[in-house]
Each structure stands twice: as structure tokens, then as C-alpha cells.
Ligand binder design. Structure first.
Ligand SMILES: [Zn+2]
Length: 292
């Protein structure tokens, strides 16, 4: 289970969110067999999406998905969330690997790419989904999401994200800090928020050492927080896969069965596998009993 704490700072001028997504990143590592580099890229994106979901999905059926399509070695990254903050994601190349960058850190920008687009689709119960996109700025993800908010949603945003991977390839600390000025925020509050954000350039180490409580204790002792609990959970189901298979058509389905003996569908987001034999396809197409 991850955690998000939200509050307002400086007389309500700045909204603050603190996220601990360590468990979510560890589930992603377990499901996809991620390298530390791929875990950092996907984990930072999942953290940003957890923030986005907690701040914009209000109704039961609301959901959103974010796609980052860059020219890095990791390929495309896709992360989705629903309003329960059930988050799931994948990266095209889970085995992506590069030497450490010049700062001695995981080269997330090399994994994501420095050129490309970040696209957001929000289904908010309206006729048409809300869509927005912007160019990748640095490929480090926090800056890219901050720029998405500023340019696509006209909401200035400061964001720090981090994922730290231990020697055993497990995530030892992942999370983020996000600050946004409220309408009419005073200039001095914005200045203070900018200064404060610079304290979180190593947010994953802060999470590793003291968890989210450590951050609160050190920086926001007197604040009162609203709490949310995001987690990694896939919503795939046999029903959903049934519907996709039906759209492929009878001919295609039976020809696959003839060639392979079965049809196997593996979920992109979780390790679930859906296997269909000829009898299952018969049932699916309403042909049950026709050959008796
Ligand atoms: Zn799934």
C-alpha cells in the first residue's frame, strides 16, 4: 500500500502532497521483472500518476491514463489509475539498462528519452474524455509532469520524484513531493514553496530513511493532512478479455486454435494469463452444444 498526504501551506496559498510509493514500485518490479533503471522510470511515472489521480478523479467511474512516448531505451511507458487509486503500469522494455549518468545516478532520461510526448487522457464522466499533452522536457519525469501541468492544464506545479533501488534490486524508497499555488496565492508564498521544494531533491532517500512520517516530522510538524492510499492493482478480468477476443472474429479465433491448440492472452499490467481452448471459444461464440 502506498500513501499520499495532502494539506495546504502558508495560509492556504500552496497545496502540498507527499507520496510514498515504495510498495507500488516493488509490486511493479515483481510483476514485470524490472531492471533498476526501468523501475526508476516506471516508478517515477506511477508516483506522478498517483498524485494526478488523487487530485483529479472525484467520481466512482473516473479514470485516467498517461502515456510517455520518448526516444529512450525503455520505450513507451503507460500508467493508469481509477478513482480508488488502483494504479497499474508497464514499460515496453522492462530490461532497459544503461550505465549510470555523469552524476552517478540511474540514467532515467536515457531510459525515457529527451524527445517525445507525454499524453494524458482523463475520463471524468463527461461525454468526451479530457485529453492533454506536451513535449518531454528532460526525460527525468518530474520536470516533464511539472511542464505538462503548467502548459497543458495552466496549473504551475513544482514536483520532486525519486525511486531508489537497493542492492537486491528491490525498491528501498520511492515517492515524491508536489506543490501547486492555489488561485490568488501570494508571491512570497510561492517563493517559500520554491525554496522548500529544493529540500526534496533526494526525496527517495528521505523516504528510505524515515518514511513519509520522517518528512512530516522534519518539515511539516504542525500540518493536518488528508490521507489517501494508492496501491498497485490491475482491473483486468476474463470478461474484459472475452470482449476483446470476440472482436477478433470467429475465423481468426478458430484459425489460431487450429495452429496453436489454444489462445493465450497475457495482461500487459499484471502477471495474469487467460487461456482459451477450443471449447472455451465455442462457448464464447455461443456455439456450445452445436457439435453434439
Ligand atoms: Zn491484469
Amino acid at each position: 500500500m502506498g500513501r499520499i498526504l495532502k494539506t495546504l501551506l502558508y495560509d492556504g496559498d500552496i497545496s502540498l502532497s507527499i507520496l510514498d510509493t515504495t510498495d507500488i514500485v516493488n509490486t511493479a518490479i515483481e510483476y514485470h521483472g524490472l531492471t533498476p533503471l526501468a523501475a526508476a522510470a516506471l516508478g517515477r511515472t506511477m508516483t506522478a500518476v498517483a498524485f494526478m489521480a488523487a487530485s483529479s478523479l472525484k467520481n466512482d467511474d473516473d479514470r485516467l491514463s498517461v502515456t510517455i512516448t520518448g526516444d529512450g531505451v525503455g520505450g513507451q511507458i503507460v500508467v493508469c489509475s481509477d478513482s480508488k487509486l488502483h494504479i497499474r503500469g508497464y514499460i515496453d522494455n522492462p530490461r532497459a539498462d544503461l550505465p549510470l549518468n555523469s552524476l552517478g545516478k540511474l540514467d532515467v532520461a536515457g531510459c525515457v528519452g529527451k524527445h517525445g510526448r507525454i499524453s494524458v487522457v482523463k475520463n471524468l464522466g463527461l461525454k468526451e474524455p479530457y485529453t492533454g499533452s506536451c513535449n518531454i522536457i528532460s526525460g527525468e519525469i518530474a520536470e516533464d509532469f511539472a511542464s505538462y501541468y503548467t502548459f497543458s492544464e495552466q496549473q504551475p506545479t513544482g514536483m520532486a520524484l525519486g525511486v531508489k533501488i537497493g542492492t537486491d534490486y528491490k525498491c528501498v524508497g520511492a515517492g515524491g513531493v508536489v506543490m501547486q499555488p492555489m488561485p490568488g496565492a501570494k508571491e512570497e508564498s510561492i517563493d517559500m514553496a520554491e525554496k522548500l521544494l529544493s529540500e526534496f531533491s533526494a526525496v527517495s532517500t528521505l523516504i528510505e530513511n524515515g518514511g513519509i512520517e520522517g518528512i512530516v516530522e522534519k518539515f511539516f510538524k504542525d500540518a493536518e493532512f488528508e490521507e489517501y492510499e494508492p496501491r498497485y492493482e490491475c482491473n483486468c478480468s476474463k470478461d474484459y478479455v472475452d470482449k476483446i477476443l470476440i472482436t477478433l472474429g470467429e475465423k481468426e479465433l478458430y484459425s489460431s486454435i487450429e495452429k496453436e491448440g489454444k489462445i493465450e492472452v497475457v495482461c500487459h499490467f499484471c502477471p495474469k494469463k487467460y487461456t482459451y481452448f477450443k471449447e472455451d471459444i465455442d462457448v464464447l461464440l455461443g456455439k456450445n452444444g452445436s457439435n453434439e
